[in-house]
Design a protein around this ligand. Structure first.
Ligand SMILES: NC(=O)c1ccc[n+]([C@@H]2O[C@H](COP(=O)([O-])OP(=O)(O)OC[C@H]3O[C@@H](n4cnc5c(N)ncnc54)[C@H](O)[C@@H]3O)[C@@H](O)[C@H]2O)c1
Length: 309
């Protein structure tokens, strides 16, 4: 536990909801928040890697782990991509622990296909779980925080969204996922700008870690090392920054930012910003516009490579 003076951790007394926290990164975040004194609502619908229904409820196991370590947690099994599931997630925090301070949007799954083969249902399912699955909990939490602010109790509320390198640079075979994860970046910027007045800070991470989502594709690069060596791809390496972004005074003023987090590395992503520009002061012809575009491209830096290209 971090020593904050009261000996109770960086998130002592805070109530934190983590979606998709039954396994992988979400589980690591939930345990890390609990270790810093937070009371945690562990959400997980318990679905397969492709979103298909599964019988297990991994959220309950994570709650038991947190309680066994002396922490406080409760399980929530709702689908965060439905309004009902998102509303009941916020209600579970308020009813169970009296408040909600931090929302970590993390749940999701993959349906990878090349674009020419991508079924409409695979597009919809991935957009739904990631993009709508971020929007709905964010909206229900924001309504709660706005009501608190209007009642004179402006919160130190925090949202941590989960994007991906696929959303930042694109990823071959993941057109649906890349579009959803890029959408989450836009959502993060708007939420940060709209919700600051209610005491809400909103940031996003693009993590990389060994989970069931990545172990099939990156088995070699993500393999666990020998005993005693730093396990660079352990999901637990991503959680410390998430805990800090979900804390109170410690991260005050940090909002609308995106961080890549993997192994021992944290990188601020600087995002789209204007590069070389030409203003002709009047309308271009298509040929002139093309010449100008080529000249500008000659002066601009090359974009980062699309993953898998
Ligand atoms: N693992 C990586 O390297 C990596 C890289 C970039 C981004 N991400 C993102 O991190 C997040 C966590 O991924 P992970 O690797 O831990 O995957 P994971 O499959 O281990 O965990 C995701 C969890 O979300 C749950 N879930 C899925 N749909 C849900 C729903 N509708 N409601 C509630 N829970 C639901 C699943 O049951 C699962 O337990 C995802 O958003 C993923 O896209 C992961």
């Amino acid at each position: 536990m971090t020593d904050t003076g009261d000996g109770a951790g960086l998130c002592a007394g805070r109530v934190v909801a983590v979606t998709g926290a039954g396994r992988g990164l979400g589980r690591a975040h939930a345990l890390a928040f609990a270790a810093e004194g937070a009371k945690v609502v562990v959400n997980d619908l318990g679905v397969g890697l492709d979103g298909a229904p599964a019988s297990d409820s991994p959220a309950v196991q994570v709650v038991e782990e947190i309680r066994a370590a002396g922490g406080q947690a409760l399980a929530h099994g709702g689908d965060i991509a439905t309004s009902e599931g998102a509303a009941s997630l916020v209600a579970a925090a308020v009813d169970g622990f009296g408040r909600l301070d931090t929302l970590v949007n993390n749940a999701g799954f993959l349906r990878d296909r090349m674009l020419v083969n991508l079924a409409e249902d695979d597009w919809d399912a991935v957009m739904r779980v990631h993009l709508k699955g971020h929007f709905l909990p964010l909206q229900h939490a924001a309504a709660h925080w706005r009501a608190e602010a209007k009642a004179g109790r402006t919160p130190a509320a925090r949202v941590v969204n989960t994007s991906s390198g696929a959303g930042l640079l694109g990823s071959v075979g993941q057109g649906n996922y890349s579009a959803a994860k890029a959408g989450i970046l836009g959502l993060t910027l708007v939420a940060a700008a709209e919700m600051g007045r209610y005491g809400v800070q909103v940031n996003a991470i693009a993590p990389a870690a060994r989970t069931r989502m990545t172990e099939a594709t990156f088995a070699e690069t993500m393999a666990a090392p020998g005993e005693g060596a730093f396990d660079a791809m352990a999901p637990e390496n991503v959680s410390p920054l998430v805990v800090w972004l979900g804390s109170g005074a410690a991260c005050d003023g940090v909002t609308g930012r995106v961080f890549e987090v993997e192994a021992g590395r944290i990188t601020v992503m600087e995002g789209w910003r204007p590069g070389p520009t030409i203003d002709k002061g009047e309308r271009w012809t298509p040929t002139d516009a093309g010449e100008a575009a080529r000249e500008l491209l000659g002066r601009a830096g090359a974009p980062g490579a699309v993953y898998g290209a």
